[in-house]
Design a protein around this ligand. Sequence first.
Ligand SMILES: Cc1ncc(COP(=O)(O)O)c(C=O)c1O
Length: 313
Amino acid sequence: MAWSACPAYIVTMTVSAKPVTPVAGQGAGTPTVWVDGKWCDRASATISVYDHGLLYGDGVFEGVRVYGGKIFRLSEHLERLYDSAKAIWLTIPMDRQEMTAITEEGVRRSGITEAYVRHIVTRGVGDLGLDPRKCAKPSVLIIVDTIKLWPEQVYEAGLSVITAGTPIPHRESLSPRVKSLNYLAHILAKIEGIHAGADEVLMLDSAGAVAEGSGQNVFVAKNGRLKTPPPYAGILKGVTRDVVMDLAAKAGYHVEESVLNRYDVYTADEAFLTGTATELVAIRQLDGRIIGSGKAGPITRDLRARFQALVRS
Ligand SMILES: Cc1ncc(COP(=O)(O)O)c(C=O)c1O
């Protein structure tokens, strides 16, 4: 892969395999991992090579943020985790209360106050065949660590985005509403963006409608009205998306779910992405077309400020 074409910060991030050293302001602490009943550190957290999560991407996951030691929207994330598992015939071997308690304990043990939590449930250890009946018990992993997708200047300037040639999977195949361990289409799209020197990608559905980013939902603002694609289009129904729709409605903006074409993004006054890891970040250009003023516009800045206030409230 021609990494030399990438912006320097992407190369730095991809080669870094060192344990995370908490940065001042990110909450000191140590990455902490629950592996099927055992608390581990980063080095000792290992799973079997016969786990079907690894062999086939057979499993589901969640990503949750912790702000100032408080877990943000855990119950919404766990609802989606259990729904994703149900959709793929996977029975999580603990109830939501227990999952909540273990997550809270992991955050406490880690001592990381500005954390990112990754829940992973795999089909478990089987043999080399596909048959999930060979997997005696699903595995549950909970990683408490930190995350930062782009350097600060990218958040300030807004993202340069290209449309990826790789569409999201068809909703009646592996529906993107299932947050499954198979993210290959989204990763291929991300690599297309990296090769093009872009910060992020816009993915379309197989009919060409605007779907989502590689790990974000998308919003546009035109004449003071906000629009975002509907979940029935087959996108992941983002927890951050729902929070931002709610914040926007409470702030008096008109918000609607609507099928969007790239034209709607090119000609928007503002466009932005939302996601747990991403939070809320402006798109400054798409496919070489400058969006609005070419930087975060007033609605994006207002909603970002409201979002930052909410997560710390
Ligand atoms: C494909 C995809 N779309 C959208 C999102 C945003 O969802 P959320 O706000 O729940 O993180 C994510 C992130 O998890 C994602 O992976």
